[in-house]
Design a protein around this ligand. Structure first.
Ligand code: ADE
Ligand code: ZN
Length: 330
C-alpha cells in the first residue's frame, strides 16, 4: 500500500488519458489531429508551459457531456486511490469549456456525479476548485464566477492557472475579492514560470492561502522567510517541472532545499496524463532522484493533509494524519 496522502494540485482536464480522449472523440464525433494514441503520445514533448497548454486545450475539446466529465473524474479517482490518495482537491477550468459552447453546469454536475460517489467507490474525499484562466480577461473571470453561482454548494475555492508570464496576479484582484465575499477559499498558480514577485503579489493582492507551484520563491530570501513564518503551503509538481522545463532534470529540483529551509511543501501531479505519472509516481521519482528518506516522504504526506481545505471536518483531517503516522514503508 502506498503512503496515504492528499492531492492538492490536480487539473481534472490534465487527467485525460489518450485512450479516453480517443473514445470520447468517437462518441462525440470530434476529429482529433492524431492518427492514434501513439501519435498523440509522441506530441507530448513540451518546450515550455505554452506548448503544453496548446495541446491540453486542444485535446479537451472531446469533453462535451455530463457523462464525459463524470467518466473523466471517475477514472482519475480510481487511479488516485490506487496511488494512496485519500483526499483530492480538484481544479477545473470552466472557461476552457464555456468558450466552446459547453455550459458550466454540464461541467460541474458531471464532475459532481463522480465526486458524490468518490468516498464510497474509491475511499477518496474530494473538494472542487474553480480556476480562472489568467490569459483571459479579468471581465471573463468575473463572468465565470457569476455563472458558477448556482453551483457554489459544490465549489470550495477558486484558483488561477494557464499562461503565467505577462498575466500577474493583480489582474484578478476584483474577482478574488468577489470570491472571498462568497466565502470561497483562494489559491493561485504563481512562480511556476513567472517570477518570485508573482508569488508575493498572489499573497498580498489576492489573499491566497496556498501557492500552486511557488517554485521560483527560492530566488527571493525575504519571500522564503515569509512563506516559512506564515506556514504558507506550496503545491509542488516535480514531474511537471521537468516536462515543462521549469527545472532541467529532476536531480536538480529544489524540493530538498525547500524542505530544509522549512517551507511547507507538498508533492502533486498537476496534469498526470501528460507529465508521466500520478502522485505516487511523483513521490517515487523524487525519492529516487533526490534521495529523500522515509521521514521526508512522511513529512510531505503530513503536509498535504495539513494544507488541505478540511477545516469543515477536523476529525477527518486528524484521522488522515493518524494514517500517515501509522504508515510503515515496505
Ligand atoms: N493548466 C493546467 N496545468 C497547468 C500548469 N502546470 N500551469 C498553469 N496552468 C495549467
Ligand atoms: Zn497546475
Amino acid at each position: 500500500m502506498p503512503l496515504p496522502k492528499a492531492e492538492l494540485h490536480l487539473h481534472i482536464e490534465g487527467t485525460l488519458e489518450p485512450e479516453l480522449a480517443f473514445a470520447l472523440a468517437v462518441r462525440n464525433g470530434v476529429t482529433l489531429p492524431y492518427a492514434d494514441t501513439d501519435a498523440l503520445r509522441e506530441a507530448y514533448r513540451f518546450q515550455d508551459l505554452q506548448s503544453f497548454l496548446d495541446l491540453y486545450y486542444g485535446l479537451m475539446t472531446v469533453l462535451r457531456t455530463e457523462a464525459d466529465f463524470e467518466e473523466l473524474a471517475d477514472a482519475y479517482l480510481a487511479r488516485a486511490a490506487a496511488q494512496g490518495v485519500r483526499h483530492a482537491e480538484i481544479f477545473f477550468d470552466p472557461q476552457a469549456h464555456t468558450a466552446r459552447g459547453v455550459d458550466i453546469g454540464t461541467v460541474v454536475e458531471g464532475l459532481g456525479r463522480a465526486l458524490d460517489r468518490a468516498r464510497e467507490r474509491h475511499g477518496v474525499t474530494t473538494r472542487l476548485i474553480l480556476c480562472f484562466l489568467r490569459d483571459q480577461s479579468a471581465e471573463s473571470a468575473l463572468e465565470t464566477l457569476e455563472a458558477a453561482e448556482p453551483y457554489l454548494h459544490r465549489i470550495t475555492g477558486v484558483g488561477l492557472d494557464s499562461a503565467e508570464v505577462g498575466h500577474p496576479p493583480r489582474k484578478f484582484a476584483a474577482v478574488y475579492e468577489a470570491a472571498a465575499a462568497l466565502g470561497l477559499r483562494r489559491v493561485a498558480h504563481a512562480g511556476e514560470e513567472g517570477p518570485a514577485d508573482y508569488v508575493r503579489e498572489a499573497l498580498d493582492v489576492l489573499g491566497v492561502e496556498r501557492v500552486d507551484h511557488g517554485l521560483r520563491c527560492v530566488e527571493d530570501a525575504d519571500l522564503v522567510a515569509r512563506l516559512v513564518r506564515d506556514r504558507v503551503p506550496l503545491t509542488l509538481c516535480p514531474l511537471s517541472n521537468v516536462r515543462l522545463r521549469a527545472v532541467d532534470v529532476l536531480e536538480e529540483h529544489p524540493l530538498p532545499r525547500m524542505m530544509d529551509a522549512g517551507l511547507l511543501c507538498t508533492v502533486n501531479s498537476d496534469d498526470p496524463a501528460y507529465f508521466g505519472g500520478y502522485v505516487e509516481d511523483n513521490f517515487a521519482a523524487v525519492r529516487q532522484a533526490l534521495g529523500l528518506g522515509e521521514e521526508r516522504l512522511r513529512e510531505l504526506a503530513r503536509n498535504s493533509f495539513e494544507a488541505a481545505f478540511l477545516d469543515d471536518d477536523e476529525a477527518l483531517r486528524a484521522a488522515y494524519l493518524a494514517e500517515v503516522e501509522a504508515y510503515t514503508f515496505p
